[in-house]
Design a protein around this ligand. Structure first.
Ligand SMILES: COC(=O)c1ccnc(N)c1
Length: 245
């Protein structure tokens, strides 16, 4: 998979050189490019924003630098039979979740446009539809200063689903949201710690009972912390847990 990120703060994406995602890039499993939006400006001040039409506080990101940057990224991919997906991190986007992470992990190329200030001139989104499948995506109902933090989260959530990125693909199956439920509690040595014991069933060696206990704990936790997920479960809108892409 190729991922392109366009930002006025490319150094914000430096953590993507570390750990699992960094290793996936070194191993050639993920081809990630970060682009500085200011490299696509033409004035001496390398300006990327201006005052909003209609008034109001803050500044809006200018259209032309974005069009130049996104056209350059689209060209870098060469001619393909499908349009790349352009993800615009935004509090006004569709909600990012594990199901969407699985879906996006199957794409050949993802492009992330990191907005700042009050956002990107809306005409960029309209123009981009010619070259991309455009998807505004939100991490949740809160506002950040820019899209970069959201990109770090989404690239990690998507990248770890790519074949070969995590050592044991089995570990992807039994984690929160992989089957629509929250994950069960985990324990390790010592069996007794500060007068708190590991649940006896986990020491029993009875794999059937252990599996049963873990499933029960998933339902208990989900009912307690995220009852909304149980409704999705009933509605049959589960992410596909039994696959890495
Ligand atoms: C500027 O981007 C945001 O504020 C943002 C992006 C993604 N999810 C959010 N909840 C906010």
């Amino acid at each position: 998979m190729r991922i392109d990120v366009v930002s006025i703060f490319p150094e914000y994406l430096a953590p993507l050189e570390l750990s699992l995602i960094g290793k996936a890039r070194q191993d050639g499993l993920l081809d990630l490019h970060v682009h500085d939006l200011r490299d696509f400006t033409t004035d001496k001040h390398r300006s990327v924003d201006d005052t909003p039409y209609g008034g109001g506080a803050g500044m809006v990101m200018k259209a032309e630098p974005w069009a130049q940057a996104l056209a350059s990224v689209a060209e870098a991919r060469g001619v393909q039979d499908s349009k790349p997906v352009l993800i615009v991190p935004s509090p006004a986007g569709e909600r990012f979740n594990q199901a969407l992470a699985y879906e996006l992990a199957e794409e050949d190329q993802l492009v992330f446009a990191c907005g700042r200030y009050e956002g990107i001139d809306e005409r960029v989104i309209e123009w981009a539809e010619e070259h991309f499948t455009v998807r505004p995506v939100s991490l949740g109902d809160y506002v950040l200063n820019g899209g970069e933090v959201a990109v770090l989260a989404m690239v990690e959530a998507i990248g770890r689903l790519l074949p070969g990125v995590v050592g044991n693909p089995e570990s992807l199956v039994e984690e929160s949201h992989s089957d629509g439920l929250l994950e069960y509690p985990v324990y390790t040595k010592p069996a007794s710690w500060r007068d708190r014991d590991v649940p006896a069933v986990l020491l029993s060696g009875n794999h059937g009972k252990i599996a049963q206990w873990r499933r029960h704990e998933q339902y208990r936790r989900t009912a307690e912390r995220r009852p909304d997920l149980l409704e999705s479960l009933d509605a049959g809108t589960l992410p596909r847990a039994d696959r890495t892409v």
